[in-house]
Design a protein around this ligand. Structure first.
Ligand SMILES: NC(=O)c1ccc[n+]([C@@H]2O[C@H](COP(=O)([O-])OP(=O)(O)OC[C@H]3O[C@@H](n4cnc5c(N)ncnc54)[C@H](OP(=O)(O)O)[C@@H]3O)[C@@H](O)[C@H]2O)c1
Length: 170
């Protein structure tokens, strides 16, 4: 099973605010995220899951939480108490690609298991009081940039680069 992390990053790898908000609106990235996750099994942290209430549609989220009493919004949504337990659950259901959708804690905990990173790099510098970050994956030396797609500025949204990184052989 492939494990793919998908995220949108502003400058300094900022992905959101500690209060639980993404401080930008980027329609092309939203469309990309919808398309790339359609029909898939997703791994999401409990905080991000609660922010995304009502959004999941045909996707199957596994909610990562240490609270075994946590009840998801829909009976089709699953919970797991650790990343390895989530991977086992997905494999047991015949999933061929698990898409990790954040937030920061979940990206960090999943990175050692990841095969591929699909990152929207927004040309945006933000002043955020309590930023949360995507992990510093590049400094590990484990990743190779496989492809880049350039998105020009459009309708008030910043230009961006869609990068796919793949794990190098070890
Ligand atoms: N830009 C992007 O692409 C993007 C994508 C997603 C989210 N975000 C942003 O990220 C921020 C949220 O990130 P966050 O780090 O605060 O929260 P999060 O990762 O969404 O959720 C954190 C919660 O997940 C559970 N969890 C995390 N790691 C775990 C582990 N290893 N094992 C078991 N459970 C685990 C815990 O739940 P319990 O407390 O229930 O135990 C923890 O409190 C928001 O600002 C959101 O908007 C940005």
């Amino acid at each position: 099973m492939l494990v793919t992390l998908i995220a949108a990053l502003a400058g300094d790898r900022v992905i959101g605010e500690a209060s639980g908000r993404i401080p930008w609106d980027h329609p092309r990235d939203r469309a990309h995220f919808r398309a790339r996750t359609a029909g898939r099994w997703l791994l999401v942290g409990r905080r991000t899951y609660l922010e995304m209430e009502g959004w999941f549609g045909d996707r199957t989220p596994i909610v990562l939480t240490r609270d075994p009493a946590f009840r998801p919004f829909s009976p089709g949504h699953r919970i797991a108490g650790s990343v390895p337990a989530a991977l086992d659950l997905a494999r047991a259901n015949g999933v061929t690609e698990l898409v990790v959708c954040g937030g920061a804690d979940v990206y960090a905990a999943s990175l050692p298991h990841a095969d591929r990173l699909v990152l929207t790099r927004l040309a945006l510098s933000l002043q955020v009081a309590e930023p949360v970050h995507f992990p510093d994956f590049a400094s590990t030396g484990d990743w190779r940039l496989q492809s880049v797609e350039h998105w020009p500025a459009a309708a008030g949204a910043s230009p961006a680069r869609l990068e796919t990184h793949v794990r190098t052989e070890k």
